[in-house]
Each structure stands twice: as structure tokens, then as C-alpha cells.
Design a protein around this ligand. Sequence first.
Ligand code: UDP
Length: 468
Amino acid sequence: MKKAELIFVPSPGIGHLVSTLEFAKHLTDRDDRISVTLLSMKLAVAPWVDAYAKSLTDSQPRICIIDLPPVDPPLPDVLKKSPEYFLSLVVESHLPNVKNIVSSRANSGSLQVTGLVLDFFCVSMVDIAKELSLPSYIFLTSNLGFLGLMLYLPTRQDRISTVFESSDHELLIPGITSPVPVCVLPSCLFNKDGGHATLVKLAQRFKDVDGIIVNTFHELEPYAVNAFSGDLNPPLYTVGPVLHLKSQPNPDLDEAQYQKIFQWLDDLAESSVVFLCFGSSGSFDVAQVKEIAIGLERSGYNFLWSLRVSCPKDEASAHRYVTNNGVFPEGFLERIKGRGMICGWVPQVEILAHKAIGGFVSHCGWNSILESLWYGVPIATWPIYAEQQLNAFRMVKEQGLALDLRLDYRVGSDLVMACDIESAVRCLMDGESKIRKKGKEMAEISRKSLMEGGSSFNSIGQFVSLNF
Ligand code: UDP
């Protein structure tokens, strides 16, 4: 029997790793001639991520993880100036090792390596594939709007090396229906310390791959699917929503806390709780925490709030999960007893699945959006970092699937006031809202897309067939 091995290179970080592994599972489940080898870069800051990734593959005999040899990390100063530039340096330093491993597997007689599947941060590895005459693909853990932005960046012609300025005009980005205000572009595009240059450099390689696999589904972004179909771009495979529906473990969440959350939710009425969570890295300063607390209290709704407080003066605990009294308004914790729960890391995907959850105030990370769509929980947008402002903008303006709490929030330069939070929570929890209705419809469509004959099911099939 003919066999095919795909080599995956995700970038480090749980958000990318989990959906990449999940996509690998979709492929191996679909065709038992396929196996996947995943080359894993380690991040010293989160060793538990590696252990978790390994545990996910325990029951998957045709998915294996190879740890790349450790490399010296770039100086911490680079991380402070631009996380994107930092990550691109980490990826570059792994290049020689990736090349060695891929070429030895491709040249071994027993295996048929049929392609390299790269996270977009690793797109420079397309050169390794070219040298070995292997096809290469991007697995985009974000969406088609972000793909539109990446395809647009290299076309800025004489301004290609110029960072964006807040005074710039709106942009016409392929695949996005409305003109995009500059204030919703990723922060790194305003960054002169390597952020902008890094994204442009990655974007310039997007057309060099043999296909772009995107964690989305046709029905969610039909305009973009049409815009990118054709000979000008690499073939597109919309294979999502690729989700891992079991919550990830985290050192900040123990079994007792897990039980406490669900015991509390179990006793509450259907759709009566607003859930707030801001991704793996979102945090707020004390002034913002106070405004959120006041807004939630005044809204009158039950709430479950995953909170991380940033303390810029205290480097050692720069982003702590805190639930002590010091950061809240006077008497707040006593007053909200019984109707509010404040936690650190939470089992988000299982919380979204719970019947008591009626709305989600989200940072609009792409995984979070797909998870809430899957369970038909309406979102109020509060983007913080990466491409979240653009995701929020499109969810509100293009797709009509989210409520605008903020679209252009930037850490450090913005304070969202309690009154805005209070009114957004009230609108969000309105049982009759259009957004809620549309979200429920999209939940059904998202599930159908993965069923036999659905758009993503077919797209996965097309991608699988490329390997034989
Ligand atoms: N997540 C979680 N608990 C938390 C915060 C995040 O389980 O307290 C999960 C969430 O369900 C999602 C992922 O972490 O699967 C975050 O990915 P996303 O793309 O939304 O945002 P990122 O953290 O990458 O910015």
C-alpha cells in the first residue's frame, strides 16, 4: 500500500500547536495511508505545552512529534520590542535542524514524504521544500481576512517598507468586503522595531507555497473564498473549524477549581451567565480591571470572568492571575457573591459548551471565535493583540456575528469605561438579538461543514488526494 508522510512545522505556542495537531488528526482519520510527523520547537516559558502536545498524540499511532534540538533564544530585549520579530528569529535559528531532519526523512527509502505543512511564521522553510523538490503548504491558524492582509502587504509598492500610521486612509484589502480602517490593523504593522518588517517578510513568501490551508469554513467567509480562488494565488483549502473540544490543562487551573466552576454553572439558569476571557496572553491594568468590575456589577447579570492583571512594575509577575481584593472596587467581592465568579485560566471550550453561558466578551483570538461559533454563543468584541482587531472588525461589520464593544482597543492607550461594558453586556445577553439568532444558525453551518459532503470535509479530501 502506498503511504504518505507529511511533515508539519508549527510555531511554538499553544494556540498554534493545538489546532495544528487537531488538523493532523483530521488527515490521519481520513486516510489511513497518511502519517504526520510534527517538528516541535520548544518554548522554555511553557514546558507544560510540550507535555500536553505529547499526551494528545498518545492514542494516535500515525502522528509523531520530534523535538527540535534547543537553540539559544534571542535576547529578551527583542521580545519586548516586537514579539513577532522575536518569533521570526527563533524560527530562523531552527532552520538548519529542520533542513537536516526533513532531508534525512525524504531520502530514507522507507518513507514517502509528500509535503511540508508550515505555520505562517515558518513560511521561510519553503526554501527547504524547494531544495528537496517537495511541495509546501501553509497551515493558517487564522482566517481568510488575515490571509487577505498578508496578500495585500507586498502590494503596497513604494510604501512596502513603511510602517502604517494612524492617520493613513482606509485600506481596500482583497477578500474583505468593507474598507478597513487602519486602526484595526495588527499592532505590529505600526512597529518600527522589527514588527512591521517581520510581517511583510513573511507575507512576501505567501505566494511561494503550493497551497494555503485555512482554519475556517467556506460559509463563514464566502466573499474571501471567491476572491482568492483563481490562478493568481496558491490553491486554497478551507478545512475548519479545526477545534479541540476538550479544554487544555494549565498550571494555573487545578482539578478543584475546575470542579468549582462547573458546580457553580450547573446551578444557574440557561443563558444567564456572561463569560469574559481574553486569550492565552490578554491582561489588564488595575484601572481597567476596576471599570470591568463596575460594569459587570451594574449589568445585573451573572458573570464568569477569567482575569489576568498586568503589573508593569513587577517584572517577575508581569501578568498574574489575581483574585485578591486589592484590584477591585471597595466591597465588590462581597456584593457579587453568588452571582459572579472570578478565575485565572479557565477551561474555555467546555465553559462555552455549558447551557448557562449566554454571551462571551472575547479578545477575538481566532480559536476563541471558532469555539464560540461552534456553540452558538454570541460575542462582544474586545480585541487586544495579534490580528484580533481585524477579526473583531470583520465579525461585527462583515459577518454581523458579534456586538461591537471595542474594535480598536490597544493596551496602554485606552480605557474602556464601565458604562460601555454595562450596556454591551446588556445587549449581548438580550435573548432576542439578531446576533444571537445568526450565531445559532452559524453554529449549525459550522458543524455541517465538517460532515460528509460538507465544504470543509470536501476540502480536506482534496488536500488528502494531493498526496497520492
Ligand atoms: N484558552 C483557555 N482558557 C483560558 C484562555 C484561553 O482554554 O483561560 C484557550 C481557548 O479556548 C483557545 C486558546 O486558549 O482555544 C486561545 O486561542 P485564541 O486563538 O483564541 O487566542 P490566543 O491565546 O492565541 O491569543
